[in-house]
Write a protein that binds this ligand. Structure first.
Ligand code: HEC
Length: 424
């Protein structure tokens, strides 16, 4: 036997099989979306369904296009990233001709029960009426108002969202409208709202993307649910080729325990966005120096379709640089909020920097305009935004006011500069 023969023998003897190797991986990493009624266009549950796409699976996993997970760094909770060994396994399975293995060894596919995984909620709310999504046409961004579902304030420890129709719902963001202005815009079937929900203050309460687990607050930092507030669900719908109907519901879980620590939002961003057609690397930056010791626990980035890369880092007083977020290939369709695997300690006088780049060239497949057009700041699909919210907790509770004042100062400075409006 020559070397080639030996290699062939070695690989055939150790080739991964569906039942032993591939099914467990698909079941843990893919079928939350790739199942009947899931958001993905086809299920990957049975041997036949997976085998006929073995090469495509090898390709999309090698490119890290699937499972959809945007950040390459740092480490986050509930990461949907495959390890290099898992990617190699899909490749080896396809190369070996996608062998099935021993059928009775195939583990049973996971079940996705209809109930709420966290048990019965303290408050359950639903879109007032079902919403019809046409068979085709552009994606829809629709806001639905659920008028003040609770009479009193509560501390929220978790929130869960169940789409009425998982085939069309791409993401959901829940806002509280304490001023109750959104209800005036609601025509009965909600109102169109890309980017922002269109009212202030828009207090976020949580979000959902396909495959996501219930959204839990850190144990000692529940968030405030305003009893007087209307809940507003912002939903991104992707037409499926058939007319669909959705009625999404949400579940809130309360705790009597008020927060022991204070969660604060450090917003970075800019409205100085004016990207000429064809520009392939337009850059937007912002920065803020934190005056007190904090733990960063999460990050929420936001931009639209031509944003290409997102980078945020902390420059510590001793000169160390810590990555807070790196997204090499932003995709609006998979926007979500991220919680760090471990809190990141940022000592007093740490400088936080953000840098987003935008690709308004014809080579960008996500460019909404063909040919490319000038793109400026704004809330519409064809506008752009640049926002990064760092969720921090002051290490000493007494420092919250000082941080609050510094953030206020940052906001006043950006207003003092005049809200930037590029000439049209
Ligand atoms: C969070 C939901 C989700 C998860 C998890 C997920 N997918 Fe997908 N997948 C989608 C959606 C939605 C599409 C279709 C839209 C698209 O191509 O962006 C898709 C498309 C695909 C395609 C077709 C790509 C093409 O170019 O036609 C393949 C193959 C695929 N997924 C494989 C996988 C595999 C393998 C896994 C697990 C390792 C996985 N997906 C995990 C949602 C998901």
């Amino acid at each position: 036997m020559g070397i080639a023969g030996l290699l062939a023998f070695y690989f055939s003897a150790t080739a991964p099989t569906f039942s032993h190797d591939v099914a467990p991986l698909l079941y843990s990493r893919c079928v939350s979306c790739h199942r009947d009624g899931g958001v993905a266009p086809f299920p990957l549950v049975t041997y036949n369904a997976a085998a006929k796409r073995a090469r495509l699976i090898a390709t999309v996993t090698a490119k890290r296009y699937m499972p959809p997970w945007l950040p390459s760094a740092p480490r986050f909770q509930h990461e949907m990233r495959l390890t290099a060994a898992e990617i190699a396994l899909f490749a080896a399975w396809a190369a070996a001709g996608s062998p099935e293995g021993t059928q009775r060894e195939t583990p049973p596919p996971p079940k996705f029960p209809d109930g709420w995984p966290l048990g019965s909620p303290d408050l359950e709310a639903v879109m007032p009426t079902p919403f019809d999504i046409p068979a085709d046409g552009p994606d829809l961004y629709q806001c639905f108002v659920i008028p003040a579902p609770a009479p009193a304030d509560h501390w929220v420890r978790a929130i869960d969202i169940r789409p009425g129709n998982a085939k069309v719902v791409h993401h959901v963001i829940v806002f509280q409208d304490t001023a109750r202005t959104a209800r005036k815009r609601d025509t009965g079937a909600g109102y169109s709202c890309f980017g922002t929900p269109g009212f202030l203050p828009a207090r976020g309460l949580g979000g959902w993307t396909p495959g996501a687990l219930p959204f839990r607050m850190p144990d000692d930092i529940p968030s405030l649910f305003h009893g007087a507030a209307d809940l507003v669900l912002q939903i991104h719908y992707h037409p499926t080729g058939k007319p669909e109907t959705d009625r999404t519901r949400l579940a809130l879980y309360f705790t009597p325990q008020p927060p022991a620590r204070r969660l604060m939002d450090v917003p970075l961003g800019s409205n100085r966005i004016d990207v000429p057609p064809g520009a392939a690397a337009f850059t937007v930056t912002d920065h803020f120096t934190i005056p007190v010791d904090v733990d960063a626990i999460g990050v929420i980035p936001h931009a639209h379709y031509v944003c290409k890369t997102m980078y945020a880092y902390a420059l510590l007083p001793d000169g160390t640089r810590r990555t807070l977020l790196r997204i090499p290939d932003w995709n609006f369709n998979w926007q979500r909020q991220y919680r760090y695997a471990m809190p990141i300690r940022l000592p007093e006088d740490t400088r936080i920097e953000m840098e987003f780049t935008y690709d308004n060239s014809a080579a960008n497949p996500r460019n909404p305009n063909h040919p490319p057009e000038r793109i400026t700041w704004g809330p519409a699909t064809t506008d752009e935004m640049a926002g990064l919210h760092l969720e921090v907790v002051p290490v000493r509770a007494a420092d919250a006011d000082e941080l609050g004042q510094a953030l206020w100062g940052k906001m006043m400075r950006s207003l003092g500069g005049g809200i930037y409006r590029p000439g049209r």
